[in-house]
Design a protein around this ligand. Structure first.
Ligand code: GLA
Length: 416
């Protein structure tokens, strides 16, 4: 039936089939994405007359893009400026069925904003929802997936967060991959963030193989709220499920514990370090949601700590785990570069869940920390305090540290 002249066509078909079955290969998010998103701080504030500086509007995203650059965040890697929910008109265009950005708050459409973000050297992200409506009730993609993917590409979107409100969870196994395929078909590379597992019931295992194949990152669990309690509940979920989750993270595909809330109302200075350290160990996307004009200098310093960010962005892309808990001190550990004679280096965070007032002294053996570079050991550096070099840790020594309540000591153990 197929003559020789059809060989190229056959090859093309074969290649397309192969592509459909292999891992998501858009070449994006080789390290966890970094950026800024509106939701946690600005939610669904749409009243620009009363709250001109806080409402979801072109002005908020222009300002945030400007501040990412002028305040130094872009220099350390924060890149995506992402509009979350509440950017749409309540209805699609009644002639074309296209999505319409709110006419009052985005009067010039999204291309003008995308251009501004791109001119700043940043990238543009946009929220939508797999269901009939977004979580806040604006039109979702379900009946217009191809049109919406195409529209996103025309708006020069670089990152899509696809939420899962107002949908049947049973439709997601087909629907999330389908929207991803449509995004890829536009020919515009777009990071694809899937909220699918966050909508599954606790008893159902996420479809990690499918997530890995079709999404660059996925929200595993509940929304972060503006409190330490919420941050720690998320870390507990990650620790409890780490054996099933951890193997699926890697370059191009990440578990997502949700936004960084540093710079808002809920975290103390030391609790801010805790979120930053655990997010680095977890190879989590570093997507801040805060008012960049109001982040206090000492919190900005945590957000911009290059050594901690280097752990988060470690090229090996291995997600860390909660290794152990001893006397209410948790040990979070992530293998990182350099790997010397087959032994990894490690980032290790000692996180205190204690609330008795004074700093708590504790020591660990080489073996307790699962460190095996027996011959020479590790050089230990404090990631939050460059001047605090702890010297060499060898197997015959105890590793001593003293952690303040709700605080963290975060070290790099470089294999020698
Ligand atoms: C869900 C998501 C949040 C945010 C809101 C918007 O709750 O998990 O991250 O996008 O919807 O309505």
């Amino acid at each position: 039936m197929f003559g020789m002249k059809n060989v190229p066509l056959l090859l093309l078909l074969l290649m397309q089939l192969l592509r459909a079955g292999s891992a998501l290969d858009n070449g994006l998010a080789l390290t966890p994405p970094m950026g800024w998103m509106s939701w946690q701080r600005f939610r669904c504030i749409t009243d620009c007359d009363t709250y001109p500086d806080e409402c979801i509007s072109e002005q908020l995203f222009r300002r945030s893009a400007d501040l990412l650059v002028s305040e130094g965040y872009a220099d350390v890697g924060y890149e995506y400026v992402i509009i979350d929910d509440c950017w749409l008109e309540w209805n699609r265009d009644n002639m074309t069925n296209k999505l319409v950005p709110d006419r009052k708050r985005f009067p010039r459409g999204l291309n003008v904003l995308a251009d501004h973000i791109h001119d700043k050297g940043l990238k543009f992200g946009l929220y939508q929802d797999f269901g009939t409506k977004t979580c806040a009730g604006y039109p979702g993609v379900i009946d217009h997936m191809a049109l919406d993917a195409e529209t996103f590409a025309k708006w020069d979107v670089d990152y899509v967060k696809l939420d899962g409100c107002n949908a049947n969870v049973s439709d997601m196994a087909a629907g999330y991959p389908e929207f991803g395929r449509l995004l890829n078909e536009t020919g515009r590379p777009m990071v694809y963030s899937c909220s699918w597992p966050a909508y599954q019931s606790g008893s159902e295992q996420p479809h990690f193989e499918s997530l890995k194949r079709h999404c660059n990152l996925w929200r595993n669990w509940a929304d972060v709220q503006d409190s330490f309690q919420s941050v720690m509940a998320i870390t507990d979920y990650f620790a409890k499920n780490q054996d099933s989750m951890q193997p699926h993270a890697g370059p191009g595909h990440w578990n997502d514990p949700d936004m960084l809330i540093l710079g808002n109302y809920g975290l103390s200075y030391d609790q801010s370090k805790v979120q930053m350290a655990i997010w680095a160990v977890l190879a989590a996307p570093l997507i801040m949601s805060n008012d960049l004009a109001k982040v206090r200098p000492e919190i900005k310093e945590i957000l911009q700590n290059r050594d901690v960010i280097a752990v988060n962005q470690d090229p090996l892309g291995i997600q860390g785990k909660r290794l152990l808990m001893k006397q209410n001190i948790e040990v979070w550990r992530r293998p990182i570069e350099p790997k010397i004679n087959g032994e990894y280096s490690y980032a290790i965070a000692f996180v205190s869940r204690r609330v008795d007032g004074s700093p708590f002294p504790i020591s660990f053996t080489f073996k307790e920390l699962s460190l095996f570079n027996d011959n020479i050991g590790y050089i230990v550096q404090d990631l939050f305090d460059k001047n605090n070099n702890l010297g060499v840790f060898r197997k015959e020594r105890e590793f001593k540290t003293r952690v303040i309540p709700n605080g963290v000591n975060f070290y790099k153990f470089t294999a020698l």
